[in-house]
Design a protein around this ligand. Structure first.
Ligand code: ME8
Length: 645
């Protein structure tokens, strides 16, 4: 599938102003930013909307607590969101606040239209209301009589209110979702909405009496009520464009896609489409739903106690590193853990090692072996074809992944390319070619290929790591030139351009020595007792200690016997974008050919060891008992580099 539509409208949720921006908000906004940047690179006409949700009980209470008027309070926190997005380089085209007149006018226009059409009626309702969620709960939804999100008992409220005839549209909605399998995606969330729709849908209470709540948009047909916050908030996606027949509405609304986390699936998957249908407006195209971040306990992450502090790590380690980690760590649709340890490990391995080293070694060689000027290439040989094939593969995979919001898959594909170029440097060994004047032509080809590979990499990375991309392009003398995906055509670097030596794009973060994995010795040399150690079970280690061991899925791509060592096999194992040599004592149990293609478990952060004169970079896990030995392999397919935990 290709990104065929030429217009793209993407929205994030509008965030409540009862809290300052945090990791969760940043994730949604960053991936929206990446997606919009990618679509702009593809040449599409893009509109990217974010904003703040400023009405309702929650905000009124937070303002009262802060000793401010709701408006002053909302101004302050909305300003904090705006500033945060500016600082993080978010490329939104609009920022909507629900307290703006442009929004209020459209909310009122839609309410009036629904009222006139008989979609809204006045009635009495008694029900269990959660103030935290600002909605009524059915008995079935409560868990042990409490709100499942807030763990607090709801308040029984009986009052006269206005209701939206949502139940009328239940059957139509089920049919729409069934007829459009990618209306809500990934599939698990579509199934969740369909499961919810198996029970009869109730009408939606869409007003709050002013006697109870002042802070909202007045109903146009009854001044003594304000609009329920969700009814107000969802309309932002339309009000930011204007009413039908306005140019922005007609241009962008037919291409609308929403991006949210699973916490607000029901309002977006049920209330919103039925509201649109009742108001005679076209539906959005896709609802894209991601999972939830939680904070993992790890050694360093003890310092981050909450999601706000987690966001502060963006400033500590750099915005591009932060973007990379969030997108690389979370599989779109599933939950993920955030820890500073994992962040630093990825920064060191993928950014400092794989990417940073590549840029630095490639540009250093151009400076040292070609006087900083990109030479003209000679005829390509098989190595160059491999680099180009790897680029084509990455490009296609990134395109495919971005179609599904699979940011992680896109980054894995780009890092496969980084790995291929790093291998290209290793196999062509320009430093050897540089010693032999007869090999000048070959050296020129290699250096040209590296310059072109870096340029293409900058294009591939542009949506994901915008700052790093600019740095790489500055080094290549391309700074400030517009970037387009179409520039991925090979050969755009013209011989003769001047290249600079790259600064360290991502300096390694030193985390100190790994924790000892065996219990430390006491001053007398006795083994000290480890907490929780029981007789006969060996030393217990803590989760922290265990988390220091970086276990990864490795794919065996080559295996051979080691001469004069009948127990050893030399394995070439792909671990993520890296290819490592491992020497394993398994020759008596496995023939080399049987190992090729096997997905094994590798200890990836072991100090390299020398065995029979060969360096072994890591260890393959196996179980053994008596004379038997079995490799630990995966019972389901996962890509090489996947973390084993
Ligand atoms: O719900 N992990 O606003 P909100 C991932 N105003 N994403 C998270 C997250 C986490 N731990 N925590 C928050 C509201 N988010 C309403 C929305 S839209 C018409 C009205 C992100 O401030 C995620 O995008 O509670 C989630 O859906 C959103 O913040 C909720 O933001």
């Amino acid at each position: 599938m290709s990104l065929s539509s030429r217009t793209f409208y993407l929205t994030t949720p509008i965030y409540y102003v009862n809290a300052v921006p945090h990791l969760g908000h940043a994730y949604t906004t960053l991936i929206a930013d990446t997606m919009c940047r990618y679509r702009r690179l593809a040449g599409d006409r893009v509109h990217f909307l974010t904003g703040t949700d400023e009405h309702g009980d929650k905000i009124a209470q937070a303002a009262a607590k802060a000793g401010e008027t709701p408006q002053a309070y909302a101004d302050r926190i909305a300003g904090a969101f705006r500033d945060t997005w500016r600082r993080l380089g978010i490329s939104n085209d609009d920022f909507l606040r629900t307290t703006e007149p442009r929004h209020q006018a459209i909310v009122q226009a839609i309410l009036q239209k629904l009222h006139d059409a008989g979609e809204i009626y006045f009635g009495e309702y008694g029900g269990n209301y959660c103030y935290g969620c600002e909605r009524f709960y059915t008995d079935k939804e409560l868990v042990d009589g409490k709100c499942p999100d807030h763990q607090t008992p709801p308040t029984f409220i009986k009052e006269q209110n206005y209701f939206f005839r949502m139940s009328r549209h239940q059957e139509w909605l089920v049919q729409h979702i069934e007829a459009h399998p990618d209306f809500i995606r990934p599939e698990r969330y579509r199934n969740e909405v369909l499961a919810f729709l198996r029970d009869p849908l109730e009408d939606l209470c869409i007003s709050r009496p002013k006697s109870r709540l002042q802070w909202g948009i007045p109903l146009p047909f009854d001044e003594s009520y304000v609009t329920y916050v969700w009814f107000d908030a969802l309309i932002n996606y339309v009000s930011a464009l204007g009413l039908p027949r306005s140019e922005p509405f007609e241009t962008f609304w037919p291409h609308a896609q929403h991006l949210i986390a699973k916490d607000i699936l029901k309002p977006h998957g049920i209330y919103w489409p039925t509201m649109l249908k009742a108001a005679g407006l076209p539906l959005y195209r896709h609802l894209n739903v991601h999972g939830y971040w939680s904070l993992a306990g790890g050694k360093m992450s003890k310092s981050i106690g909450n999601v706000v502090e987690a966001l502060a790590l963006a400033d500590k380690y750099g915005h591009d590193a932060f973007r990379y980690f969030l997108m690389r760590e979370m599989t779109f649709g599933l939950d993920a853990n955030f820890s500073e340890d994992a962040f630093v490990a990825r920064l060191n391995a993928d950014l400092a090692n794989d990417l940073g080293n590549l840029v630095s070694r490639a540009t250093t060689m151009m400076v040292n072996f070609a006087g900083s000027v990109v030479p003209g290439p000679g005829a390509p040989s098989v190595e160059e074809s491999e680099v180009r094939a790897a680029l084509e593969k990455a490009r296609a995979e990134v395109d495919d992944a971005m179609e599904e919001f699979a940011f992680q898959r896109a980054l894995i594909a780009i890092w496969e390319f980084v790995g291929a170029v790093n291998r290209y440097v290793d196999t062509t060994a320009p430093w050897v070619l540089a010693k032999d004047p007869a090999k000048r032509g070959r050296l020129d080809t290699v250096l040209y290929t590296l310059a072109e590979a870096l340029r293409c990499l900058s294009v591939l990375l542009a949506a994901f790591l915008p700052k790093t991309t600019e740095q790489i392009r500055e080094i290549l003398g391309l700074g400030g030139f517009p970037i387009r995906l179409a520039d991925l055509a090979w050969g755009a670097v013209k011989p003769g351009i001047t290249v600079q030596k790259a600064p360290a794009l991502f300096p390694r973060i030193e985390t100190g020595n790994p924790l000892p994995l065996t219990p430390p010795l006491s001053p007398k040399g006795e083994r000290m007792k480890v907490r929780g150690e029981r007789q006969g079970e060996g030393a217990r280690i803590t989760i922290e200690e265990f988390s220091r061991i970086d276990l990864r899925v490795g794919e065996v791509v080559a295996a051979e016997k080691v001469e004069k060592a009948k127990r050893l096999l030399k394995l070439t194992v792909k671990v993520g974008a890296e290819v490592r040599t491992l020497v394993a004592g398994i020759a008596e149990y496995y023939a080399p050919a049987d190992l090729i293609g096997k997905k094994v478990v590798v200890v990836a952060n072991l100090e390299p060891a020398t065995l029979m004169g060969m360096e072994s970079d890591g260890m393959v896990l196996a179980a053994s008992e008596g004379q038997d030995l079995a490799l630990i392999v995966l019972d389901r397919d996962l890509p090489p580099g996947a973390k084993v935990k």
